[in-house]
Design a protein around this ligand. Structure first.
Ligand SMILES: Cc1cc2nc3c(=O)[nH]c(=O)nc-3n(C[C@H](O)[C@H](O)[C@H](O)COP(=O)(O)OP(=O)(O)OC[C@H]3O[C@@H](n4cnc5c(N)ncnc54)[C@H](O)[C@@H]3O)c2cc1C
Length: 585
């Protein structure tokens, strides 16, 4: 069997063996002695340093505790829970890494290796095979197309490739299919779909392509927008043919949308896309290997000929394939990558598939792939539980953390998030006099403030600020409201040119400040690809055998502002189908 150990462990083992040999010559009686005690070690985890305490009693590994870490909640939890206990039980560091958390698993094993060395022991003495590890083996597959990831990009690629006659295998590292797709809101943009045609909707695909291009400030690759928009209507048909039960409706998801491009399944959620597609794959006899985490691309003579993975039982899974398709999603669950590629992001919440740790980007980079990032993603500021600030044009006033007005409040919510991040702000306050049950609930839950005067409202905001937030300037806030009311009074926004329909004065008996905090639901950027999904190297040459689609490779058409709900899924779906058609032609 094969296991994955970090270089530190291997180095410590080698040193242990070397030092052991040397000390045998000098002080042979002392060479095997290990000193009991509690040893603290700092090692590098996935997101930063981890502090691990190892207790050695009677020469055995008696206790291992993770004392401090910044690993991602949810993803690394199984490793933090299971690896220390497994090490103690086996009195060995030769325990299986937890799939999906190999870096964290390795870090814990490294720390224990280091503790053994600190205690004067030899790491090789604590490397015996465990019962479980004997079960590990190398499992080999051979197929035409291997797809890594089971979100919309992976599922659509797999179905289309299979329908075009290819043998297909899908790998999914999580115990659940669907990644971010299954968690999505189920909205999807399209033009010239059968649903729109039945409704008499006259939108043309060119309008949708132009809309995407405009949102990119005309810097995105127009070829991608044209392809996505032109094939979007067919994409809806493809989903319907594969069992997605759409509502007979198409809506404008935002007033900036020229046409009713928004489609949605009757049950408006991501599972309504993922579940039928998975069933469709099953009907076609395509296997999804669950809890199987791809980690290395197999290269031969300059061509990618397969991918190596590890499953939850610690088996090595080797898949040889003519075409390797990376559909591993984005990187928003990888803190280190977020810091590097989306540094302005400072969020309260990260939404999305917990397997989206940028693996595809890392694997492809290791074989020379080119990448492109924009310090951007699906960033949204909203209030919980009202969801104020999402979708609907906002009629009230928005003020910054410091109490200043900074934009036309009716602008698209993704533009607002982008402005906030540019200003270095994670919080914005929506000032209104309108109440609903949800607004009152938000007040009760501490996500909104309520007062009978603007002065008291300003004070409530200031008093409730958390440490690290920019200081709320109460006087500036009162001046901001005064100015806003003056503009609303004359029905003309001289400062930010907001449409008079949305210029409602802040006047009433009760005032509310709803706290909108930032969240991220996906990332922009990643691998650079051709329209057919071929992964390009630094010289803009396609790496033979390697393809990518979805959030892992969206940097050529998702630039700074996200064009709005429904964009990601239609883009990844249409490009995935095109990729599959290309490799099977
Ligand atoms: C809360 C939320 C709501 C959203 N709502 C919408 C919406 O309504 N409409 C819309 O268009 N977009 C929406 N989005 C964005 C959209 O859902 C995603 O951008 C899109 O689904 C990503 O698709 P994907 O196939 O690229 O990746 P994913 O769906 O994330 O799938 C990637 C898969 O790859 C797997 N994987 C990763 N690494 C490996 C590895 N090494 N080995 C094996 N498997 C691996 C992951 O576990 C995951 O299952 C939303 C996003 C979120 C988070």
């Amino acid at each position: 069997m094969r296991k994955y150990f970090s270089w530190l462990t291997i180095l410590l083992m080698s040193l242990g063996v070397l030092m052991g040999s040397a000390s045998t010559l000098a002080v042979s009686a002392e060479a095997a002695v290990i000193e009991d005690g509690v040893y603290e070690t700092e090692v590098e985890g996935h997101n930063g340093p981890m502090v691990i305490e190892t207790t050695i009693e009677d020469g055995k590994l008696a206790d291992v505790q993770v004392k401090d870490h910044s690993e991602s909640e949810g993803i690394s939890d199984p490793a933090i829970d299971q690896i220390p206990a497994a090490i103690v039980e086996a009195n060995s560091i030769n325990v299986d890494a937890v799939a999906g958390a190999t870096v964290t698993s390795n870090a814990i094993r490294d720390a224990v290796s280091d503790a053994i060395t600190q205690a004067g022991g030899e790491v090789s003495d604590f490397f015996q095979e465990t019962e479980d590890s004997e079960a590990g083996e190398t499992i080999e597959y051979s197929t035409e197309v291997v797809v890594v990831g089971s979100g919309i990009a992976g599922l659509a690629t797999a179905i289309e490739a299979k329908d075009n006659g290819a043998d297909v295998l899908v790998l999914e590292k999580q115990g659940l299919v669907g990644g971010s797709t299954i968690l999505s809101g189920g909205e999807i943009l399209a033009a010239e779909s059968p649903i729109q045609e039945a409704l008499g909707n006259e939108s043309s695909w060119e309008d949708l392509a132009n809309y995407f291009y405009e949102i990119s400030n005309e810097v995105g690759d127009k070829e991608f927008y044209d392809y996505i928009a032109q094939n979007s209507g067919e994409g809806i048909q493809f989903l319907a043919d594969n069992g997605v039960d759409f509502a007979d409706d198409a809506v404008k998801l935002h007033s900036s949308h020229e046409h009713a491009w928004g489609h949605y399944p009757k049950e408006r959620n991501g599972a309504s896309f993922v579940n039928p597609l998975v069933e469709s794959l099953e009907e076609r006899g395509v296997e999804i290997l669950m809890t199987t985490e791809a980690h290395t691309l197999i290269e031969k003579d300059g061509r990618i000929i397969g991918v190596e993975a590890i499953d939850s039982a610690g088996n090595t899974v080797v898949v040889k394939a003519e075409h390797v398709v990376l559909a591993t999603g984005g990187y928003n669950q990888n803190e280190a990558m977020l810091k590097e590629y989306h540094p302005t992001l400072d969020v309260y919440t990260i939404n999305g598939g917990s397997g989206n740790t940028g693996d595809g980007i890392q694997m492809a980079k290791a074989v020379g792939a080119q990448t492109l990032f924009h310090d951007a993603g699906i960033d949204l500021a909203t209030n919980i539980p009202t969801y104020y600030g999402y979708g609907e044009e906002f009629k009230g006033l928005l003020v910054s953390e410091e109490g200043q007005r900074y934009m036309d409040e009716s602008e698209f919510h993704f533009v607002r998030s982008s402005n906030m991040l540019d200003m270095g702000e994670t919080i914005t306050y929506a000032i209104t006099t309108e109440s609903t049950d949800l607004v009152e609930q938000s007040v009760e839950e501490g996500n909104a403030y309520k007062a009978s005067s603007l002065e008291d409202l300003a004070q409530a905001i200031a008093e409730n600020q958390a440490e690290g937030e920019k200081k709320f300037d109460e006087a500036a806030f009162l001046t901001t409201v005064e100015r806003y009311n003056e503009l609303a009074g004359k029905g003309q926004d001289d400062d930010f040119n907001k449409d008079a329909d949305f210029l409602t004065p802040i006047e009433g008996e009760t005032y509310y400040a709803l706290k909108l905090t930032t969240s991220n639901s996906g990332t922009h950027g990643g691998l650079v690809v051709t329209l057919n999904g071929e992964v390009l190297d630094e010289n803009n040459e396609a790496i033979p055998g390697l393809y990518a689609v979805g959030e892992v490779a969206n940097g050529q058409y998702m630039i700074e502002d996200y064009p709005g709900s429904g964009t990601a899924i239609i883009s990844f779906l249409t490009l995935a189908r095109g990729l599959a058609q290309h490799i099977t032609q």
